[in-house]
Design a protein around this ligand. Structure first.
Ligand code: TXE
Length: 458
């Protein structure tokens, strides 16, 4: 398959796709290698993943440039993704021990009885991944999976195959056996083929539409399944919000990574009392974002990674315009090489419009005026998604009251578009099933074994 640079449209490389025979061989090899890997002492597994972590630091510049050329992520943001990796991996290295450590839950010496719980790896799991943060969304799965003794068949997105291969090479250099962490390269059909094999788990990051197909395949194979899917994440700017903070914060939350984050701000509700002031400040911040060559350090907004998404964005803007929305900035694809879409801001939007219901996954945002907290809350919950939601207000209690009633896996007060390795990352509804990160994100890769021990003397 061709790997194309979205900023130029030029073919960067040709990557051989894995054939059904190659996939079957990798599954079989992983099945054979996994028990041995699970026997490697935890300290040694930790040491090898630490070597992987250090390799990411050492090779940051080269890896960042590869990521930027492959998915169009502005180079500063590629550096930022790699710079955040050590802390993310360290969380797993520092917290896996207590999670996998077994414990005695009951002992009765008089009866020579002991009851223990131990935690075992699932076995051989598939990690089917997305392209928008390949290091983040990949490591959320493959680091805790390997640390807990699983073998991983890693299927990077076809839009990030070169980065996926670089991750696999670095794993091998770090001492992770090639059959224990094996890349499976190709488009969706290759991933679907992988899921026809009897695996012990599938951990998917991607769109809701594909997530449904993965769920069906996992159901057929009775596999443990986790889905990290899309979002249509709202923020509500209250009339007491500090606009000098809220406007630039929401602007970055909506346009960082060219709007291609699962938890990007995709809907903005603003209290009518400060609506116009917020919109003017917001427009000024967005106009200041540099759109351009992602390799240029000054660039904040690059190309859209998947050329087909430009059509989706165009259609959402036309649908909204046709239903009465005002295009305050941008609104068109940018001419010339590469799949660029102008940073776009619309006001006078409502939920009749696709823009306010379907994931945009690009540099387009709608701002809706609301009368107050109740209307804002009702609109924030008027979605099938439920990944994150934010409230901007000087009043903590007011914000907590609203956020407690929002149906989403993560909530934000005076911030947005934020992920912490210490906190579980999960979705509601169409945003997914299960959690990565946090201690939950380690427990997801083990299963309990109950030991009923009775000494023969009893
Ligand atoms: O998804 P796709 P993309 C979401 C984000 C957006 C999407 C973008 O919100 O919706 O991901 O990523 C493989 N059976 N998140 O375009 O197209 C495909 O090859 C099995 C949410 O990559 O769904 C790729 O490897 N697999 C997230 C992977 O699925 C199939 C964080 C994803 O592809 C397949 C990041 C099939 N039939 C992005 N067809 C979060 N919530 O944390 C394709 N694939």
């Amino acid at each position: 398959m061709n790997v194309t640079n979205p900023a130029t449209g030029m073919v960067l490389a040709e990557v051989p796709e894995d054939t059904p025979a190659a996939i079957a061989a990798k599954v079989e090899a992983a099945r054979a290698a996994q028990p041995g890997w699970a026997q490697v002492p935890l300290e040694e597994r930790i040491a090898r993943l630490r070597r992987f972590r250090d390799g990411l630091v050492r090779r940051k510049e080269e890896l960042a440039r590869r990521l930027t050329s492959e998915v169009g992520k502005p180079i500063r943001q590629s550096w930022a993704e790699l710079d955040a990796m050590p802390a993310r991996i360290d969380f797993f290295l520092d917290n896996v021990g207590p999670v996998v450590e077994g414990e005695t839950v009951h002992a009765d010496r008089t009866k020579g009885l002991e009851e223990r719980v131990a935690y075992e790896p699932l076995g051989v799991v598939a990690n089917i991944s997305a392209w928008n943060y390949p290091y983040f969304v990949g490591s959320n799965v493959f680091v805790p999976a390997l640390l807990t003794g699983n073998a991983v068949l890693y299927k990077p997105s076809e839009f990030a195959s070169l980065t996926g291969q670089a991750i696999a090479d670095l794993m091998q250099e770090s001492g992770i056996p090639p059959d224990v962490f094996a890349p499976v390269l190709g488009p969706g059909a290759v991933a679907a083929q992988l899921l026809t094999h009897p695996l012990d788990g599938v951990f998917f990051t991607g769109s809701h539409a594909t997530g449904r197909k993965v769920a069906e395949a996992a159901g057929r194979g009775l596999m443990r399944m986790q889905l990290e899917l899309g979002g249509k994440d709202p923020v509500y700017v209250c009339d007491d919000a500090n606009l000098d903070h809220a406007a630039p914060s929401v602007a970055v939350g909506a346009f960082y990574n060219t709007g291609q984050s699962c938890c990007a701000v995709e809907r903005v509700y603003v209290h009518e009392r400060i609506h116009d002031a917020f919109v003017n400040a917001f427009l000024e911040d967005v106009r200041a974002f540099v759109v351009g060559d992602p390799m240029d350090e000054a660039t904040f907004i690059g190309p859209v990674t998947r050329p087909a998404q430009v059509d989706v964005l165009e259609a959402q803007v036309e649908d909204a315009r046709g239903k009465g929305a005002r295009v305050r900035l941008g609104g068109r694809r940018r001419g010339g090489p590469g799949s660029y879409f102008e940073p776009t801001v619309l006001t006078d939007v409502d939920h009749r419009m696709e823009l306010m219901r379907e994931e945009s996954f690009g540099p387009v945002i709608g701002i809706q005026k609301v009368k107050g907290d109740d209307e804002a809350l009702a609109l924030m919950n008027d979605t099938r998604y439920g990944l994150t939601a934010g409230v901007y207000s000087r009043d903590r209690d007011r914000a907590m009251r609203i956020l407690s009633a929002v149906r989403s896996g993560s909530v934000y007060w005076n911030c947005c578009d934020r992920v912490s390795p210490r906190l579980p990352w999960s979705g509601r509804g169409h945003s997914g099933i299960g959690a990565t990160l946090g201690l939950d994100g380690i427990r997801a890769f083990v299963q309990p074994k109950a030991w009923h021990l009775r000494s023969a003397r009893a």
